[in-house]
Design a binder for this molecule. Structure first.
Ligand code: MRU
Length: 340
């Protein structure tokens, strides 16, 4: 992926059949690389809801292209932007990407050019985050990550995974520990897929095995992405991230979040203001279509959790490293942040 892989994760296509958004269907990975061609806004929304396309920065890119698709098809662009923005609630990038392209359209600028600009900015941000994050990785680093924050989730080599890849290229990575990430297995299916393609030394573990890995002294650093960062430094990311932060704190291991400023939402004063997506119980009660719990079992299936800022050692953005994570340091980003 990124610099080492030719598969396009998200690509605008303008063929004789008309404009379309071509997506690598992430629900089919790692079994097969299938391109999903979305020729209308409802199919882009369906791809977002089913996680065919996912990950905060990539949702911003897909949301932007979705609005550009509505414009290219001569449809009701504000209605399309509203529907796209609401397809998933937690990653602020999605609404931000859709609203940014809508604004360009309403100002008479090219919606497609604006969507391309978002994609280019996220790719550039990935390069900068890798540069800023690399010094945080110790020599011989054994890094634990959760979910997928690579090229399948963001521009370039991704966010957290871009730092890991940079560490590998610098000869500093001994092991990438990959949490499988129940229930949808973004770690096992997607991060391991990317790690293999980059030639990283990696090992997949069940989420519940992370604690014993810390206890054995096998983790030097935790590096994860984010879906939304609130003004007080609270970080929403894939459910299970908070447990890793608690474990890291207990074992004295640095817990680093890597995210572009497009993921920072200063309008959310704290983690309580971040909407957490609740997903289909069937994601928990079935595995590969087979029952994994008695029929009708009550289910708690939040897609994300919130890690308080005091457990976050540093936040790496494309503008630099925030080493003191608190309201003041986040607010200092101030006017330089993308507008909603
Ligand atoms: O439900 P998902 O797969 O979209 O969740 C993705 C994550 O939680 C990622 O860690 C986050 O979006 C950061 S991606 C660079």
């Amino acid at each position: 992926m990124g610099q080492t892989e030719a598969v396009d994760v998200v690509r605008w296509s303008d063929s004789p059949e008309g404009p379309a958004l071509a997506l690598l269907d992430q629900t089919r990975l790692p079994r097969e690389e299938i391109i999903l061609v979305c020729r209308d806004v409802p199919s882009v929304i369906a791809a977002i809801k089913t996680l065919a396309v996912r990950g905060a920065p990539l949702l911003g890119i897909a949301g932007g292209y979705g609005v550009a698709l509505a414009a290219a098809l001569g449809q009701d662009v504000p209605a399309a932007a509203r529907a796209l923005a609401g397809a998933r609630p937690t990653a602020v990038n999605l609404a931000r990407g859709a609203e940014r392209v809508l604004q360009a359209y309403e100002e008479g600028r090219s919606a497609l050019a604006e969507a391309h600009a978002i994609a280019a900015e996220e790719a550039a941000a990935s390069v900068r985050m890798a540069e800023y994050g690399l010094p945080l990785v110790p020599e011989g680093g054994r890094i634990l990550t959760h979910c997928n924050a690579g090229a399948l989730a963001a521009g370039g080599d991704g966010t957290a995974l871009a730092v890991v890849v940079a560490a590998h290229r610098a000869g500093r990575l001994t092991m990438l520990w990959v949490d499988e990430t129940r229930p949808l297995l973004q770690g096992a299916r997607l991060t391991a897929y990317e790690a293999a393609r980059h030639g990283l030394p990696y090992t997949v573990l069940p989420d519940g095995a992370a604690a014993s890995l810390f206890a054995a002294g096998e983790v030097d650093l935790v590096v994860v992405g984010a879906d939304r960062i609130a003004r007080d430094g609270s970080v929403a990311n894939k459910v299970g991230t908070y447990s890793l932060a608690v474990l890291a704190h207990h074992h004295g291991v640095p817990f680093v979040v890597v995210a572009p400023t497009s993921t920072v939402d200063l309008d959310a004063r704290s983690g309580n203001d971040i909407p957490i997506e609740q997903r289909d119980p069937a994601e928990v009660t079935t595995i590969a279509g087979q029952p994994a719990a008695p029929l009708g079992s009550p289910v708690y299936n939040p897609a994300f959790d919130v890690t308080p800022g005091e457990l976050v050692t540093a936040i790496v953005t494309e503008r630099g490293v925030i080493a003191q994570v608190n309201e003041g340091s986040l607010a200092a980003l101030g006017d330089r942040l993308p507008k909603r």
